[in-house]
Design a protein around this ligand. Structure first.
Ligand SMILES: NC(=O)c1ccc[n+]([C@@H]2O[C@H](COP(=O)([O-])OP(=O)(O)OC[C@H]3O[C@@H](n4cnc5c(N)ncnc54)[C@H](O)[C@@H]3O)[C@@H](O)[C@H]2O)c1
Length: 262
């Protein structure tokens, strides 16, 4: 088999949480279908996921929309059972959803309530969805879990980056994303012998028409000189999802234009 064939995801079933999201969600979903996988995208709005799946089908890909609320373990269990019933298995799980409620305010305005809200989706929900799908993957003989962390799971934010804007960075985000990286390593260590690989991708900031002072400062500091766009994460997703990455597990792949290398 040639190396390019090893990147193929033909015949694989891939589930992406928040796979219809306009930033990373759609980039990840497109990467998977372009590489040949059958895609299932799920977040709270069934309609939104079905519409996005329909748009991919109209481009000739195999895609399906389901729903899940990562703050609700029953909903995670229902999604798992539905995926198994309709598709027979899940080979690739990408956790991209994030409950943004906990990440909207800076340190001084945060409350225990905000942390509890964040915990429901981004700690308990992440634990629960991984547990459910990893155990199924182990039973079926293998699979690949990809958790979307962030540069801010590895380093913290420089407050001067936000000067001249109303942007605030929440400490919950650093907590969630750092914990995710080591939780992923735990899965890699315990389930590798059953064929399950687990990795993180830690992207840098996605260009989203942020305020000019922030953009200028971000681009000045990042070695590649620009923010991330919707093509930049695709190669990392396919590498970690496919047989081309079969000896890569427990890794946190920085897709950050060099942000954390300096
Ligand atoms: N945007 C960035 O610059 C950036 C940088 C690094 C990492 N990331 C990470 O990438 C991932 C995607 O981020 P984004 O900025 O593309 O997404 P986003 O913040 O625009 O959207 C979050 C997504 O999560 C879904 N979601 C929210 N609460 C949910 C719930 N309770 N149940 C199910 N789904 C829920 C939403 O529907 C939405 O699609 C996140 O994990 C984020 O932390 C983003």
């Amino acid at each position: 088999m040639s190396i390019l064939d090893r990147f193929s995801l033909r015949g694989k079933i891939a589930l992406v949480t928040a796979g219809a999201g306009p930033q990373f969600g759609q980039s990840i979903s497109e990467a998977l279908v372009e590489a040949g996988a059958t895609l299932i995208t799920a977040s709270r709005s069934l309609e939104r996921n079905q519409e996005y799946a329909e748009s991919l089908r109209s481009r000739g890909y195999d895609a399906h929309g389901l729903s899940v609320d990562i703050e609700d373990v029953d909903s995670i269990n229902t999604l798992h059972d539905e995926v198994r019933r309709r598709f027979g298995r899940c080979d690739i799980l990408v956790n991209s959803a994030i409950s943004r409620e906990g990440t909207k305010t800076g340190f001084e305005l945060q409350t225990p309530e905000i942390w509890r809200h964040s915990a429901a989706g981004d700690f308990v929900g992440l634990f629960a969805i991984c547990q459910k799908f990893v155990l199924s993957m182990a039973e079926q003989g293998g699979g690949s879990v990809i958790n979307i962390s962030s540069i801010y799971g590895v380093v913290s934010n420089d407050p001067s980056l936000y000067e001249g804007t109303t942007m605030r960075q929440a400490p919950t985000y650093n907590f969630i994303k750092a914990g995710m990286i080591n939780y992923t390593r735990h899965i890699a260590c315990y389930y590798g012998k059953q064929g399950v690989r687990a990795n993180c991708i830690s992207p840098g900031g996605f260009f989203n028409n942020q305020p000019e002072p922030f953009l200028k400062e971000y681009c000045r500091r990042v070695p590649v000189g620009r923010m991330l766009d919707n093509e930049d994460i695709k190669g990392a997703v396919v590498l970690l999802a496919s047989d081309a990455g079969r000896y890569i597990t427990g890794h946190n792949l920085m897709v950050d234009g060099g942000w954390t290398c300096q």
